[in-house]
Write a new protein. Structure first.
Length: 277
């Protein structure tokens, strides 16, 4: 009989980094909480958002970006640390890894969730400014590359395997009009994930991407919750948006010993709107 794996606190003693974890309604915060519930110590990073730009619900809750996420993490009886980090800066990413290892002694899981803000890139290619396209690529593609490379180097040095989870999107599976920068970035992340997974599989390091569809987070607030939102919901077989917790639960599973034989995959969390690849 196969040994049973305990799923409560199964990441006890492990150390995780979650980037882009400052929003109160966000995949990063939800993921950090899931990993903490599973027993991991969690480093949460963000860009140091200006509180004047916070949505009203964050202001009403006196939310403090990554500091508040770190407090939630610690409520599970684990340790946390909040770091302001520019994921698009190679040196800043290396510092993020170095500070984590210096504080906690190791790194076992990295969740690359950071992305450029939704909005100014959602125009036609003919109207898309070069600097906007470049920013999306720098944060999503170059940031994922920098973080994966630095994290895998540390995991390889430890010699105990590890977990890399890259946040992509259903936009990495199928193109839509007026989303060319985001499409290009997420297609790149999925391809990079597959390549890196094959490079490090024999070291016990798994590399997967998670591809959310429409998720009820503050990132989507610029879309509004009117006719445009309703039109997107109508495309989804489940007729609803997903939650940040639902995405976080999948990431938690991929971070766990139960997912040891899953690598190089791009897993959809989208209510059935896209089922291929």
């Amino acid at each position: 009989m196969e040994p049973q794996i305990r799923v409560d606190r199964e990441l006890k003693g492990k150390v995780a980094i979650v980037t882009g974890a400052g929003r109160m309604r966000g995949i990063g915060r939800a993921t950090a909480n899931v990993l903490a519930r599973m027993g991991a110590n969690v480093v949460v990073t963000g860009t140091g958002r200006d509180p004047d730009t916070f949505p009203l619900d964050e202001k009403d809750a006196r939310w403090r970006d990554i500091e508040s996420t770190a407090e939630q993490v610690e409520s599970y009886g684990v340790k946390s640390m909040s770091l302001i980090s520019n994921i698009a800066d190679e040196d800043d990413v290396q510092k993020m890894i170095d500070v984590t290892v210096r504080q906690f002694g190791r790194l076992d899981v990295i969740v690359n969730n950071a992305a450029a803000p939704y909005g100014s890139d959602r125009v036609s290619v003919l109207d898309l400014p070069t600097e906007v396209f470049t920013k999306v690529i720098n944060v999503k593609v170059m940031g994922t590359f920098y973080a994966c490379r630095a994290a895998v180097r540390q995991m390889t040095q430890q010699g105990e395997g590890g977990r890399v989870i890259n946040l992509s999107s259903t936009m990495g599976k199928s193109g839509r009009p007026n989303t060319s920068a985001y499409n290009a970035a997420n297609f790149a992340v999925d391809g990079f994930t597959q390549s890196l997974a094959k490079e490090v599989a024999d070291q016990g390091i798994t590399v997967n991407s998670v591809c959310p569809g429409l998720i009820e987070t503050s990132r989507m607030d610029p879309m509004g919750r009117n006719d445009r939102w309703s039109a997107r919901l109508s495309e989804i077989p489940m007729k609803r948006a997903g939650t940040d917790e639902e995405v976080g639960e999948l990431i938690g599973f991929l971070s766990s010993p139960r997912a040891a034989y899953i690598t190089g995959q791009s897993l959809n969390v989208n209510g059935g709107v896209i089922t291929e690849r």
